[in-house]
Design a protein around this ligand. Structure first.
Ligand SMILES: Cc1ncc(C[n+]2csc(CCOP(=O)(O)OP(=O)(O)O)c2C)c(N)n1
Ligand code: SF4
Length: 251
């Protein structure tokens, strides 16, 4: 019988532990497929975060390293500098990257490290039980913001793709989502482009993926997708924010 669809060779057979409807698994699939299609799976080194994706080292079928919370860009910097021919990526949540790891990601981008960061923006701390993240929307409830995020106390949600795009070392930054098939295909093209530009030594490359956390948002997956579309996309616009190969960048 002809095989028309199979699990990517870029993923191991280990069953994933993510909650039903969580988009972490989808993004893993896109990264894995991209590495395979670029012929980079054998050459890749991923750096797993702390957070729900902390077991990513069990799921990607390539060399993996675990980093302490927020420190993945620093670990990836070391790996890439010692092994410059390897394709090195970090996979990080918003608590990991935009809170405790802000210094590491900003300085890695500023230095133009030739690594790729996949940033999962689900607007909350998932693993630890739904605390407010720097990306939590104004008015969105979290366990540490039971009446919703108050911008007079907490400021406005941080737009990491735009922030990092102001740095000269950032070669490419795009924001995508995975809420339906057309967006999923666009997300895969962005991940492939980021990895391709890394191979070209263009500089730091970054893909922000707007994602859902049905468990901590207190919604079913379909409701969470609708909430993302109605609340996150208007504030976090999708598309290329910076592309060193293109004129007329947004930033
Ligand atoms: C140094 C340190 N501080 C705090 C923690 C606790 N901690 C573990 S995961 C996490 C938040 C993870 O949220 P996020 O990065 O958004 O990923 P998600 O779980 O949503 O995928 C925190 C605060 C830790 N493990 N190490
Ligand atoms: S807690 Fe949220 S981010 Fe974590 S696995 Fe569950 S749905 Fe995904």
């Amino acid at each position: 019988m002809a095989i028309i669809y199979a699990k990517s060779k870029g993923l191991t057979d280990k069953p994933m532990h993510y909650c039903p409807g969580c988009t972490h698994g989808l993004v893993h699939k896109l990264v894995a497929e991209s590495l395979v299609e670029l012929g980079e799976l054998e050459n890749a080194v991923g750096v797993a975060p702390v957070g729900c994706a902390g077991y990513a080292y069990d799921y990607f079928n390539c060399d993996m390293q675990q980093a302490a919370h927020g420190r993945a860009p620093a670990v990836a910097t070391g790996i890439k500098r010692v092994l410059p021919d390897r394709t090195v990526f970090t996979y990080q949540g918003d608590g990991d990257l935009a809170a405790i790891g802000t210094a590491e990601i900003v300085h890695a981008a500023m230095r133009g490290e030739k690594i790729t960061t996949i940033f999962i923006n689900n607007a909350i701390y998932g693993m630890t039980g739904g605390q407010m993240a720097p990306t939590t929307m104004v008015g969105q409830r979290a366990t540490t913001a039971p009446w919703g995020r108050d911008p007079s106390q907490c400021g406005s949600p941080i737009r990491m793709a735009e922030l990092l795009s102001t740095l000269d070392g950032t070669a490419y930054a795009e924001r995508v989502t995975v809420v339906d098939i057309p967006h999923l295909n666009r997300a895969k093209r962005a991940i492939q482009k980021a990895l391709f530009l890394q191979k070209e030594n263009a500089g730091f490359t970054f893909v922000e993926v707007l994602s859902i956390c049905p468990t901590n948002w207190g919604m079913d997956p379909a409701g969470a997708i609708d909430w993302l579309k109605g609340n996150m996309i208007p504030y976090y616009p999708l598309g290329v924010v910076k592309d060193c190969r293109r004129e007329g960048n947004v930033v």
